[in-house]
Write a protein that binds this ligand. Sequence first.
Ligand code: SF4
Length: 485
Amino acid sequence: MPRLLAVTSASRTYQVRTYGCQMNVHDSERLTGLLEDAGYVAVPDGQQADVVVFNTCAVRENADNRLYGNLSHLVPVKESHPGMQIAVGGCLAQKDQGDIVAKAPWVDVVFGTHNIGSLPVLLERARIEREAQVEIAESLEVFPSTLPTKRDSAYAAWVSVSVGCNNTCTFCIVPALRGKEKDRRPGDILNEVRALVDEGVLEITLLGQNVNAYGSEFGDREAFSKLLRACGEIEGLERVRFTSPHPRDFTDDVIAAMAETPNVMPQLHMPLQSGSDPVLQRMRRSYRQERYLGIIERVRDAMPDAAITTDIIVGFPGETDEDFEQTMHVVREARFASAFTFQYSKRPGTPAATMDHQIPKQVVQERYERLVDLVNDIAWQENQRQEGRVLEVLIAEGEGRKDDRTERLSGRAPDNRLVHVAVDEAIGVPRPGDVVTAEVTYAAPHHLVADRVVGLRRTRAGDVGENARAEAAPGVLLGMPTVRT
Ligand code: SF4
């Protein structure tokens, strides 16, 4: 079959459209790796691809409407592009399965979250048999990390530690679509990390729906902190991050591993969702306000400069004014560097969608605006505390920006804050993947400006990225695929 694949799919172009979370961004790296392994090539900018793949998200209420809207836009395109194929994967495909072809019969392939490896074969089968192919596995076939990958960045990489989730938060559909938690063996993870560092990668992000429950499948409650410490032993690995932890499973051995392992970054994304105990109970989040603030306090004791971010849902069914004030109280106490804030939206198929006391939209909107104002005020104050600090900034992909006098490039500080760094020609023009040492001269609400450059460290990642850009076909964009949230 591989030979047939190579012959028929050779030089057909593809485009992967990614929606949703980091898990999907990482899966899309596998989808592009699979397609390129099968002989497809990335479509040059501005051209219509022969194969369009939607890697969908099912978390937001209008996720369905948006997918079917996008699919209907492709009807005339497909009519004028003989042989064009459309494939739909990801969480919405796992949920809707054959309904997608019933609603959009011009779709050629539907595959699920557990069998992304099947995409190339299903595309070929659909082409040969001139019939839509719907293949959804109810459990994981192969760990996605074993599939070919085309990474988006020369200097940073996602590394899965687990897929699926054992929790049952009442607003969340992930467990139903990604299944129970499955953990990778520590050795497989560390081998992948070492291989990435050998390719020039400086920064890795350990990825899982609930990373600090890692090890529960093979009965080691401290497996995650051991993994962090093991990453500390890898020569050349400069930055280790992880997402997403869950407050219920966030234990002191992880805080100690973060504080005592130099290449684990002082940054933590800890979803709160609500500050109210009654609401947390109805969300089935199995922790309460006191535990959450206790974790924040112990993290700050161990790493005073740690940047803590979070996720918060406003307007969960039954949320009273007093409940909302509890959320505002936690935000004032925790002093988040930033927060992803969401207005609760019903997700059909989740317990919360049928709960009583759904909150009127204008009440949710009013609370949401008050929360965003408070979060932004505190984020700016916390940014202003960075002024005068000298930081190492890992330069990101993407164009620089120029204001009236100064050209700047963007990158991330160790605590993951966004920093716009001045380009000092005398010291040298940094490339994506290089590390600039600079002093923060101004703090804006959502980024820092560092105009006093102290030093520039060229890295192998910078070389690798530079060579890749030189080799890339004209018009083919390197770096981040188009992520639509
Ligand atoms: S921890 Fe809760 S919110 Fe997160 S993926 Fe699992 S069920 Fe969903």
